[in-house]
Design a protein around this ligand. Structure first.
Ligand SMILES: [Zn+2]
Length: 156
């Protein structure tokens, strides 16, 4: 899998998630957890690459069907403006965690690295789960996800 990313994207993706975004997302979602943060990171990265658009972007999220994994979807909805209500988020059940974003002529797929997913499977207390979440919020998006950018060929 080859990631073809421009220099500008590589630069912006090193940012940690702003504190205000985390606070507001926690208010929306109800708690601070690693998968919410991963959704924010994936969504913010997609905004950087594709440009945020509430209507023209759509995303297909693959996740296990239950929390905590599915908390990922709320992070994505919160920052990208792709929402269940507008039907531009589609959920697919699976055992991996990924988000495919499509806008105009571009597709961007972020797949959580299996090593990260494994590390999050260990049970943890609420406090340590919050600490893990905050640590993730500061990591480079490329350390967390395999990233693939490709042209969006016309769908038939
Ligand atoms: Zn959650």
């Amino acid at each position: 899998m080859v990631a073809r990313l421009s220099e500008s994207v590589r630069f912006t993706s090193t940012n940690s998630v702003p504190k205000k975004v985390i606070d507001d997302a926690v208010r929306f979602h109800g708690h601070l957890g690693p998968f919410l943060i991963l959704g924010l990171k994936a969504g913010l990265f997609a905004n950087d690459v594709l440009g945020k658009d509430y209507f023209r972007t759509r995303t297909i999220v693959e996740t296990e069907s239950n929390p905590p994994c599915s908390c990922f979807v709320d992070g994505i909805q919160f920052v990208t403006g792709c929402t269940m209500g507008k039907r531009n988020v589609e959920l697919r059940n699976g055992c991996s965690l990924s988000a495919l974003f499509v806008k105009d002529d571009k597709r961007l797929k972020l797949s959580l690295k299996s090593s990260i997913l494994q590390s999050l499977r260990k049970p943890s207390s609420k406090k340590s789960s919050e600490n893990i979440a905050m640590d993730l919020s500061k990591r480079h998006v490329q350390e967390l996800f395999d990233i693939e950018e490709s042209p969006n060929k016309k769908e038939r």
